[in-house]
Ligand binder design. Structure first.
Ligand SMILES: N[C@@H](CCC(=O)N[C@@H](CS)C(=O)NCC(=O)O)C(=O)O
Length: 211
């Protein structure tokens, strides 16, 4: 039987692509990946062959297409109960913080964009970004260990790009927050993604605002 195809963007920059890719890798869900480098001359045309929005990620499974990272995670949850915590109260919290990440944190996204290859310690710390980082720390401080709800789940996939932003911009973490970020960074699947990002050659000016 054909395995689903996950269409993703540049691993160095595409935080949305990382989410379902990481969940599928960590949970051992078979898939093929198609990387389409973003914002090139023919990128949109290539993306539209797979994704109705012309954006990634998009999961193509036979005739079914699922676009948007959180929609993909919810679809995966229909196939594998480990995608969300088994306990209903924890599942509600995991969904809430995932939706919060999905629809929020605009300043963090703008001023601390994901850029795995680079190190920009101290950059991007506007008051609004610092307030959003404080909220991330509040969420991570309730980590049950080693991941937010014990075993890895979709909420960890949603916050993995923030772990990588913390690394790039050298955001200070203590205690449970540091332990959580280290646990996510130590995931072999995330290390694989980081390795692939480091080998990419595209540089996208719009995500390279710090010299
Ligand atoms: N809310 C969407 C956002 C998707 C999105 O904005 N993807 C960006 C890359 S990270 C993209 O495909 N940009 C390419 C373009 O707009 O041409 C999701 O969660 O999947």
């Amino acid at each position: 039987m054909a395995v689903p195809l996950l269409v993703i963007g540049n691993k160095n920059y595409s935080s949305w692509s990382l989410r379902p890719w990481l969940a599928m890798k960590v949970l051992g869900m078979p898939f093929q990946e198609l990387r389409i480098p973003l914002y090139g001359a023919s990128s949109k045309q290539e993306l539209l062959k797979h994704s109705p929005t012309g954006k990634v990620p998009c999961l193509v499974d036979g005739a079914t297409r699922v676009w948007d990272s959180l929609a993909i995670l919810e679809t995966l949850a229909e196939r594998d109960p480990r995608v969300w915590p088994a306990d209903a109260a924890l599942r509600a919290r995991a969904r809430s913080i995932s939706a919060e990440m999905h629809s929020g944190f605009p300043n963090l996204r703008q001023h601390m964009s994901m850029n795995i290859r680079k190190r920009h310690p101290g950059k991007g710390r506007t008051p609004e970004v610092l307030a959003e980082i404080a909220r991330v720390k509040e969420i991570w401080s309730e980590c049950r260990g080693p991941f937010l709800f014990g075993a890895f789940c979709a909420a960890d996939a949603m916050y993995a790009p923030v772990v990588l932003r913390v690394r790039t911009y050298a955001v200070e973490l203590q205690g449970a927050c540091r332990a959580y970020a280290d646990a996510v960074l130590a995931l072999p699947a995330l290390q694989e993604w980081i390795g692939d990002a480091e080998r990419e050659t595209e540089s996208l000016a719009q995500f390279e605002q710090y010299a």
